[in-house]
Design a protein around this ligand. Structure first.
Ligand code: EPU
Length: 339
């Protein structure tokens, strides 16, 4: 295992911002996780685990510990019956290659999450989701290294306490577990309506009436192409903010501010408000703030056009947050994690 020193973190993240990491290493087997943690403990070095870096933002002061980049491979069918196939996937596998493979096998459950950048092991951290599916729907279990006890354990779906874009991995157990592999149980049935609104609209517009896993995957890839900038040309972290969740009692006030505000009933007394809509409706879509472009095709995405530093990004973010509070009295939250 090679240990690199003074590595620019910006090269490890798709936002391309931030200072240097004191140490960085890449891990290809679960056993190497244990070795790194043992050695880091001896030297009292903090550890930050990274996958594809598409949901992580680095600060200008850099990181004084060791960044561990997970590269563990693996794609193995571990159970198969009439209706489903269960697959164990190494945390370092490229997520979209995994989706493609399962779609080619005629399996459904993750096809709507096609085209999401990053690794398979990063998915459970933020309960990755798109177009009506989230990883919590198909995730059976995970093999994780517990840095508190120094052993590998199996966590079940329930253990992860998944909710909208959240789990124990970025909340109560932040920094404790390193995900080595995930197990997904996928269905052999074809995708069934009702579909996510934007997906159904796409099917109607293209006169698509037969829904296979591949049809859904191709539609999602097309939709993403239109709405999400490719991080290889335009540095970004996907949705920069979570959608806002408001209480039922707030909705009347919001409708007074703008009668057209979209409110999605979540069925638990709460309503989801698309943050992209809020940002667009304070007039910021397409604007450039401190080198950060509020993407003109989707205001939920911030593109690093010419920002020199994390400080610039923070100024742009805080200005957006401030303007949304000022008009809609809603405090929007950043989605990517920070090193
Ligand atoms: N909207 C606007 N203006 C905008 C952007 C969106 O009015 O500039 C409105 C849309 O018209 C739509 C609503 O907001 O009515 C919701 O938009 P969309 O369906 O595109 O999804 P989203 O809520 O903006 C979420 C995820 C995306 C995921 C899409 C599709 C979050 C934070 N983001 O975005 O995930 O791809 O749904 O399912 O939940 C990511 O997490 O990085 C990500 C890209």
């Amino acid at each position: 295992m090679d240990i690199h020193t003074n590595i620019p973190i910006k090269n490890l993240t798709t936002m391309k911002i931030g200072g240097n990491a004191r140490f960085m290493t890449e891990i290809h087997t679960p056993e190497e996780i244990e070795t790194v943690y043992k050695n880091a403990k001896k030297q009292s070095l903090p550890i930050f685990v990274i996958g594809g870096g598409s949901n992580v933002i680095a600060k200008d002061e850099g990181y004084s510990g060791i960044i561990v980049r997970i590269r563990i491979p693996g794609f193995e069918v571990i159970a198969d019956d009439l209706n489903s196939t269960t697959i164990r996937i190494g945390a370092g596998e490229n997520w979209d290659s995994v989706v493609k493979r399962t779609v080619d096998m005629g399996l459904s459950g993750i096809e709507s999450m096609s085209g999401i950048p990053g690794t398979a092991g990063a998915g459970p951290v933020q309960n990755m989701g798109a177009y009506g599916q989230e990883i919590a729907d198909t995730l059976q279990s995970l093999s994780v290294f517990d840095s508190q006890t120094g052993i590998f354990i199996l966590l079940t779906n329930d253990d992860c306490k998944f909710s909208y874009r959240n789990s124990i991995f970025r909340d109560s157990a932040k920094g404790r577990y390193v995900i080595a592999s995930i197990v997904l149980k996928l269905s052999k049935n074809q995708p069934q309506p009702p579909f996510y609104e934007a997906l159904q609209k796409y099917f109607d517009e293209h006169n698509i009436k037969l829904f296979t896993q591949k049809v859904v995957r191709d539609a999602v890839l097309d939709l993403r192409n239109i709405k999400l900038p490719d991080p290889t040309n335009l540095p970004n972290s996907g949705s920069f903010f979570k959608n806002a969740i408001v209480e039922a009692w707030q909705t009347a006030d919001l409708k007074k501010i703008d009668p057209n505000i979209p409110l999605y009933d979540m069925g638990d007394g709460k309503f989801k408000v698309p943050t992209g809509w809020l940002i667009e409706n304070v007039g910021l879509k397409g604007q450039l703030l401190h080198g950060i472009r509020i993407y003109d095709k989707n205001a939920l995405v911030l593109v690093n056009e010419s920002a020199a530093s994390y400080a610039d990004l923070a100024k742009a973010r805080d200005e957006i947050v401030r303007q949304v509070i000022s008009k809609f009295h809603i405090q929007i939250e950043q989605e990517p994690l920070e090193i």
